[in-house]
Design a protein around this ligand. Structure first.
Ligand code: ADP
Ligand code: MG
Ligand code: MG
Length: 888
């Protein structure tokens, strides 16, 4: 019989060690902590397979589930010596979701389940604390109604707020037991009014209701959005954990808290966390009361007047940090922990690898190598390549005069400037229009995730260092300032005020997530330092990787940046960018519009010295690193004069009549330029263009070699080859130029001639092409366009529908379509190398900087990847991980 339910607690647990796939992250770790002998309230887990079966069978549970849950419940009752639904001695449970990958805030937990009027009485008797029992009861009604019955949280909040206002209370703790009874009665009436039926009183109905809600929430919009954003497959499902309750709301010796074993922002060693006395569950993250610091050090640093846990509960604190240390040693990673203290007794409710900033990830990985907890290769695997992006981002220049308008908590580091927006949809909308925006909110909730993603940074008026905004922002690498209480938001007026100043929607502000400051205007930023931990990790990554990493760059600034980031060559230097320069375009147009070859040659002779200088500058920077230079590629169409003014400029420069030029421009216009007269087709029709470019390259090599002593290495790349013959013809001409330049300068240029593979035909006919090509570079942007027959510039209009309908799992222009485009690449690799054993292979599309695509390139056996300068470190790390995962 299939096993759907696994028990944990009391020093042991069922199932395999660390089986997250089956038990979900939370369930597997609860089981693991139980096995380690840590104090975990016992419970049981309904596996992720139940969830999968549920959705496969039209939202019906497997037949054996009910009896297995009953058995587990009976076992749990025995373990804790209480009975579910027993008015004398009631067992209460929490029902908690837990997917394989942690999905914070995606699915809600129900606490205190099992309460009704009778069991609440029993709990009051048993605890001798009526106020506590009723506090738990009202929490249960609120949560259960919100999560399971769909009666919004605010319904209950309004009732409570009104009640407190009427009596001039500020804190929930001022409410007396008898008063809670009144409130509970109102709550129940509100549920009945909203649903037309009473709040469920049978604990078993409550339990199945909550289980059903967790499984259903796997398909709610928030969960779907989150999965899409983090590439979590829908097929994974979530588990449900049913766990005996322990109570942090049993008075002054009880508490609840969250902690990290190291600072998740900086990675510094030292415990980090917050707790609340006489509170339950999510009170800490909800921002209702201001939590207290875990440690004395942290309290002093923050200037917090309330005592820390270290000071207020020294004994439990000592026990707690002992658990932290054990967990860190056990998991060999920084842990994010949730705990509760019930009348002086510590209970562990959750542990997981803590989310961290890239800076913290780096520091923790490097520190753990130094401490012998993990090896270098493990450290390389521990840092998410795309997270490095955060480190490569700017910080505010020290010398910049800061105009601080508000200050909050430094919740997620980095600095960013943008225009103020007040809601998530607006943030997304503005970002789509290309605006940089800062999302300013009272607090954030899972509904805001898309807006947080679209924003450069996030500011919240409420919430602590572990608030939703802080946790999510750190995960996404967005700078965040939380709890900036000075900020008063007027949502209706779309303004906020702070320190007597008013800021409107659309006004520019700068957020410094490292200091917690919000500044007026756009601050001056500086580039990040790439030394220290970053450098150490990169050294280890470079040791582990097989593929080289090059860059796509043509301006000296980009080439220099890429070199500093560790680029080992240029994988793609686009020469057309050089042609678009304002002072050159006239000469280029003159060439295009020339009537005949001699006209073209005359125009090209004006361009030659400029191109030569461009290449010389690049060779100077790259020294002897190989530089792949792509000969002119784009449709001539793009260079045609658009306005009368453009035509007049060409007419003046050449002395040709404007009318004739206009005619010629019209005759050159194309209906479908991307499939038109472009790439090597230009080279075939106008050989003198490629000859000029080849000459510029070889002459530049000679100049730089004489000047520096380095031997520049050129890889001359012919774009858009479909037929081997195209390459054969062009190669002969380029070689002839090389010989000429050698004769003229006395220096033999070091060069290869190769091609871009960006048409399906080229991939299929790779063997013939390789007969003439010394290298292939996969131009996966165009190869994706031509394989799908999909224009990148137009796809944006309907790509969303395709992702929505799951026709595409990911945007194929961002992450390589490994099945289709990938197959063509594999074919080309195999056939190309079959014809020429030492054929050099690389990729130069956008995908060269995407970790998943880099992994593919490693598997396909490419020699290098090439990406934009700022992605070079990401690619180095991703290539290292790909190599390690391949050999593993
Ligand atoms: P999330 O995934 O949103 O963190 P959890 O399932 O961890 O949700 O529950 C949130 C909080 O509820 C926990 O941190 C803990 O404080 C509280 N909680 C959950 N289960 C129990 C329990 N059995 N006893 C006491 N508190 C609990
Ligand atoms: Mg939650
Ligand atoms: Mg939790």
């Amino acid at each position: 019989m299939a096993k759907w339910v696994y028990a944990f607690g009391g020093g042991s647990a069922e199932g395999e060690k660390g089986d997250k796939n089956l038990l979900g992250g939370k369930g597997a770790n609860l089981a693991e902590m139980a096995r380690l002998g840590l104090p975990v309230p016992p419970g049981f887990t309904l596996t992720t397979e139940v969830c999968t079966a549920f959705y496969r069978n039209n939202r019906e549970y497997p037949a054996e589930l009910e009896s297995q849950v009953e058995a587990a419940l009976a076992d749990l009752e025995k373990k804790v010596g209480k009975r579910f639904g027993d008015p004398e001695n009631p067992l209460l449970v929490s029902v908690r979701s837990g997917a394989r990958a942690s999905m914070p805030g995606m699915m809600d937990t129900v606490l205190n389940l099992g309460l009704n009027d009778e069991t609440a009485e029993g709990l009051a008797e048993l605890s001798g604390d009526r106020r506590f029992a009723l506090d738990s009861y009202r929490r249960f009604i609120t949560m259960y109604s919100d999560v399971v019955l769909g009666v919004s949280h605010s319904t209950f909040e309004e009732i409570l707020e009104r009640f407190k206002e009427d009596r001039d209370y500020t804190l929930d703790t001022e409410i007396a037991a008898a008063e809670w009874e009144e409130i509970i009665a109102e709550y129940k009436a509100a549920v009945r009014k909203a649903l037309g039926e009473p709040f469920p009183t049978d604990p078993r109905d409550q339990l199945w209701g909550a289980i059903g809600a967790v499984f259903s929430s796997w398909m709610n919009d928030r969960a779907i959005t989150y999965r899409r954003m983090y590439d979590i497959p829908e097929s994974w499902g979530t588990a449900v954990n049913v766990q005996a309750m322990v109570f942090g709301n049993m008075g002054e010796t009880s508490a609840t808290g969250v902690a990290f074993t190291r600072d998740p922002s900086t990675g510094e060693k030292g415990y980090y966390g917050e707790f609340l006395i006489n509170a339950q569950g999510e009170d800490v993250v909800a921002g209702i009361r201001t939590p207290q610091c875990l440690t004395k050090v942290m309290r002093e640093k923050m200037g917090d007047p309330q005592p820390s846990m270290e000071e207020a509960m020294p004994q439990v604190y000592a026990q707690l940090i002992d658990v932290f240390d054990r967990l860190e040693r056990h998991y060999r990673d920084m842990q994010d922990i949730e705990f509760t203290v019930e009348r002086g007794t510590l209970w562990m409710l959750q542990t997981r690898a803590g989310k961290r900033t890239a800076r913290a990830a780096l520091k923790i990985a490097v520190d753990m190598v130094a401490d012998g907890l993990i090896g270098e290769e493990e450290a390389v695997l521990r840092v998410e390549p795309s997270a490095l992006d955060q480190l490569l981002h700017p910080t505010i220049d020290e010398s910049y005069e800061r105009d601080v308008i508000a200050k909050g908590l430094p919740a997620s580091p980095g600095a960013a400037a943008g225009k103020v927006v007040f809601d998530a949809d607006e943030a997304e909308h503005m970002a789509k229009l290309g605006e940089k925006v800062i999302l300013v909110r009272v607090e954030t909730s899972p509904e805001d995730i898309h807006g947080m993603h679209a924003a450069q940074a996030i500011v919240t008026a409420r919430g602590g260092m572990t608030s939703h905004a802080a946790v999510v922002a750190r995960g996404m690498g967005r700078p965040c300032v939380s709890g900036a209480g000075e900020i008063k938001i007027d949502v209706a007026a779309r303004t906020f005020t702070a320190r007597g100043r008013k800021v409107h929607e659309g006004d520019m502000i700068t957020v410094d997530g490292a200091t917690g400051e919000v500044l007026a205007g756009e601050a001056k930023m500086i580039k990040p330092e790439l030394t220290g931990d970053f450098a150490s990790l990169m050294v280890w990554a470079d040791r582990a990787r097989r593929m080289k990493v090059r860059t796509n760059a043509e301006t000296p600034l980009d080439v220099q940046t890429a070199k500093e980031f560790g680029a080992e060559g240029i994988g793609l230097c686009r020469t057309e960018h050089m042609f678009f320069d304002a002072d050159r375009i006239a000469a280029v147009r003159e060439m295009i519009l020339a009537e005949d070859q001699s006209g073209r040659i005359k125009a090209l002779s004006k361009i030659l010295p400029m191109q030569r200088d461009d290449f010389a500058e690049i060779f100077r920077i790259m020294e002897d690193r190989p530089c792949t230079i792509r000969l002119l590629d784009p449709p001539l169409h793009e260079f045609l004069p658009h306005t009368d003014e453009d035509v007049k400029a060409v007419a003046e420069a050449t002395g040709l009549p404007a009318a004739g030029l206009m005619e010629r421009a019209k005759s050159l216009a194309e209906t479908n330029p991307m499939l038109g007269h472009r790439g090597c087709r230009l080279g075939i029709t106008y050989p003198e263009i490629y000859e000029m470019q080849a000459r510029a390259i070889f002459e530049a090599q000679a100049i730089v070699e004489k000047e520096t002593g380095f031997k520049p290495v050129a890889e001359v790349m012919i774009p858009l080859v479909a037929v081997a013959k195209e390459l054969e013809i062009l190669k002969v001409r380029i070689e002839a130029i090389a010989r000429k330049v050698e004769k003229e300068t006395g220096t033999a240029p070091v060069y290869l001639i190769g091609t871009m593979i960006e048409l399906p035909r080229a991939a299929l006919r790779a063997a013939d092409i390789a007969a003439h090509a010394e290298f292939f570079s996969f131009g996966t942007n165009d190869l994706t366009q031509t394989t799908f027959g999909l224009s990148r510039d137009d796809a944006g209009k309907f790509l969303g529908d395709y992702l929505e309908a799951q026709i595409f799992e990911k945007d194929p222009f961002v992450s390589l379509d490994q099945e289709g485009v990938g197959d063509l690449i594999k074919i080309a690799v195999e056939r190309g190398r079959g014809a020429r054993e030492n054929l050099k292979l690389g990729i130069c599309g956008e995908h060269g900087g995407d970790p998943a695509s880099i992994r593919f390139c490693e598997e396909a056996g490419l020699d290098y990847v090439s990406c934009s300068p700022y992605r070079v470190p990401i690619a180095r790390l991703a290539a290292a991980q790909a190599a390690l995962k391949k050999s593993a």
